[in-house]
Design a protein around this ligand. Structure first.
Ligand code: DGY
Length: 419
């Protein structure tokens, strides 16, 4: 065996050990310490990772995630299975009032896409997929009823997008009045260097928006109508389109009824044009209170590829951004005034997002770009380990280490290089 193959085998073993080490019994934490609960999209990606060596465990991950589903159909962004004082804001702050304490917002619905991949890994688990199907369908229906406005998928909190502090949200966050916010103690900066995390002002605003939702008893309509933050998000939008397609494909496979999805897709595909900002020639976030575009090219725009909505203008942006960085897709335009190469979603590259975008690039015939993305992601992991995210210029590992979704992406995609 050559040295490269040996190294790959060793990384495969480490990635499996990370997934197993972050397993808390039926669910996986993103990483010990910094994120001690079950996060929605992290968990879905963990399922994909588990499917490479333990398909039964992969289904359990998705089932545990859906065990936190609200009566409304929403699947929350965090499930607080066991209280851990090392994380803030915890269940006492969110006050979900649900049997399994949770946050009061959701996260990008990658779960259906991951469920389809897990089913493909071993079709003999069709019964598990069939049992999960109505829950995923109900969640997507909730999105259509409670998060889609004028055909555009909205987020009511930056945390809902999963791309917490990306510059896309700056115009919406500027209007959030933090006067009178009670004192609180952040815990994230005791685990990770503060320069890689959101700022204090951003946290004040996150907690203010959270406080509004809690005060509204987490009523989705009140939050959509009057909440302090409401923005249309290309990332959430294209992930939802893709998830609907994957759910429909699973329904066909399983003999389930998914007849509502076609109408949803018409609404969403037409609605995407409302997020096309001709001024920057890209999909762009919009403040739904003012109609204003963010005027930010972020990685959310590139998720268009997974929804089959790539355009030549996006290809050009991709090439331009790639000329500026060495590793994968940066979370914001390296030419933008807002770009910060190590600060969470304001610049760093995220391996799992590279993987999702690469799936879309490959399916749309952009195979060279897809392979480039895989190669650069693999290089970062080979050189620097299983970090949460990476500086796209020099590959510095950032955020939490031994990270679940980076390990999952190694096993499913980045470590599967053929060249
Ligand atoms: C955090 O705590 O940083 C999370 O991203 C919120 O979901």
């Amino acid at each position: 065996m050559n040295a490269m193959a040996d190294a790959t085998k060793e990384l495969d073993a480490r990635a499996q050990a990370i997934l197993c080490g972050n397993d808390r019994g039926g669910y996986t934490v993103p990483t010990a310490g910094l994120y001690p609960y079950q996060w929605n999209w992290d968990s879905a990606l963990a399922a994909w990772g588990f499917s490479t060596f333990d398909v039964d465990r992969a289904w359990t991950e998705l089932e545990t995630l859906c065990s936190g589903q609200w009566d409304s159909g929403m699947v929350p962004h965090i499930l607080f299975h066991k209280t851990d004082p090392g994380y803030f804001p915890g269940p006492d702050v969110w006050q979900s009032g649900t049997a399994l304490p949770s946050s009061g917002i959701t996260q990008p619905p990658v779960a259906a896409s991951m469920a389809r991949l897990v089913l493909e890994a071993d079709p003999s688990f069709a019964d598990r997929a069939r049992a999960l199907f109505p829950k995923l369908l109900a969640w997507h229906r909730w999105f259509m009823q409670h998060r889609v406005r004028d055909g555009m998928t909205c987020v009511t909190h930056p945390w809902e997008s999963g791309r917490d502090n990306c510059p896309d949200w700056d115009i919406g966050m500027n209007g959030v009045d933090v006067t009178g916010i009670p004192p609180y103690e952040r815990r994230d900066t005791s685990h990770v260097d503060a320069s890689m995390r959101p700022t204090k002002l951003e946290y004040d605003r996150y907690l203010t928006i959270l406080g509004f939702g809690r005060g509204a008893g987490w009523d989705a309509e009140t939050i959509m109508a009057d909440g302090p933050f409401l923005m249309a998000d290309p990332g959430m939008h294209f992930i939802l389109i893709r998830a609907n397609d994957d759910l429909a494909a699973m329904a066909a496979e399983l003999g389930e009824d998914a007849s509502d999805i076609a109408d949803w897709q018409t609404v969403l595909r037409n609605g995407a044009e409302g997020m096309w900002n001709a001024e920057i020639a890209a999909y762009d976030a919009r403040d739904m209170r003012t109609g204003q575009f963010a005027n930010v090219l972020g990685s959310g725009a590139f998720t268009a590829y997974i929804a089959g909505a790539g355009k030549p203008e996006l290809d050009a942006h991709l090439e331009r951004c790639w000329d500026k960085v060495r590793y994968g897709i940066p979370s914001s335009d390296p030419d933008g005034p807002y770009f910060e190469q190590k600060r969470y979603w304001r610049g760093p590259m995220w391996p799992f997002l590279n993987a999702l975008i690469a799936i879309g690039l490959k399916e749309s015939g952009r195979t060279e770009q897809a392979e480039r993305l895989r190669h650069e992601t693999a290089e970062a992991i080979r050189q620097k380990g299983f970090a949460e995210y990476f500086d796209p210029l020099d590959g510095t590992p950032c955020g939490g280490q031994d990270f679940t979704w980076t390990a999952a992406i190694w096993l499913t995609w980045a470590g599967q290089e053929t060249t």
